[in-house]
Design a protein around this ligand. Sequence first.
Ligand code: UT7
Length: 334
Amino acid sequence: MKNLEEWVRYMKTCKIKGFGYAKAKRLVKNEELQQVVDTNDEWIKQRTGIHQRYISEDENTSDLGAKAAIDALNKSNIKKEEVDFIIVATFTPDQMTPSTACLIQEKLGLNGQQVMAFDVNAACSGFLYALQVAHSMLACDQAKCALVIGAEVISKQLNWQDRSTCIIFGDGAGAVVLKQEETTNRMLHYACSKGDIDGVIHSDAPLPRTCFTAQSLQPSYIHMDGSKTFRFAIWAMHSAIQAVLEKANVSMDDIDYIVPHQANARIIQSVCRMYEMKEDKVYMNIAQYGNTSAASVPIALAEMWEQGILKEGQNIILAGFGAGFTWASAYIEL
Ligand code: UT7
């Protein structure tokens, strides 16, 4: 029987080696939405902080995910052939099966080599769930180099007549390359979920049918109780951040940046007030992108890296929440 210390020696450490992102091609400003649904620029800016979002016209989730993955690989100087694990967080996959991860594997030209690929769905917390799964796979040596991707084309599930949902969401993708590497830098995770029997946020899959029933399928749209979600979000973000601060045994003074899920600027500002935290310690790009669900945290990370805001040696916290309800966080020493 081996003792715990011996087992721990088998655990591998890893680091994020590259960040990438992709925007959908079509920029849609609030003013343009006014032509489509009963809303206005002033209301959207005041109640959400959103000024514009990118909406896909002909790109699907795997197209954006593949673009973000290529960007992350280029910035990491890691050859795509080194990738042996692809995990995609999405609740808007191209199709029910094969997974978006398999489609991205093919788009990257990696179908001829040994890669494990699958999707996770934890809605807007998805990227943080995927990062935790990828880290575990690398730690126990089941994989050596992972692409962790958050990708969404939410616009295909939006009812453009429902002003309580269509104004907040946007399309996009973000990715990181996670590679086994000897390091003393820590990466700690927290994730939780709560079965949501009230369906506070939901989007239905097609109903079961038999081949003898001529049922026409109804399109599935996202439905959301915004106020309930809003109240839950503030509690969940705070609780997730607290959980990793305690796990890492650090205080908010030790943290260089918080990178939150970009759902609503007012949610992020409320969390800042709870920690009496300066807003410049918290990255916000919701004005440009809207809420891109599982893509929002990795897009923010990639932008921060590109702008030189993130640097090696910093300590950051990622935090998010979403339908399920799910909520999650990560403490990362870069
Ligand atoms: O990331 C996934 C999870 N999703 C979220 O985190 C979303 C969390 N929730 C929210 O961000 C907000 O609840 C919303 C942005 C969705 C809504 O903002 P709100 O401040 O909660 O507005 P409300 O639903 O309480 O509505 C306030 C008023 C209502 O009018 P009356 O009844 O006061 O006359 C609405 O009809 O604003 C009206 N309204 C709008 N007016 C113009 C609602 N949506 C719109 C709109 N444009 N788009």
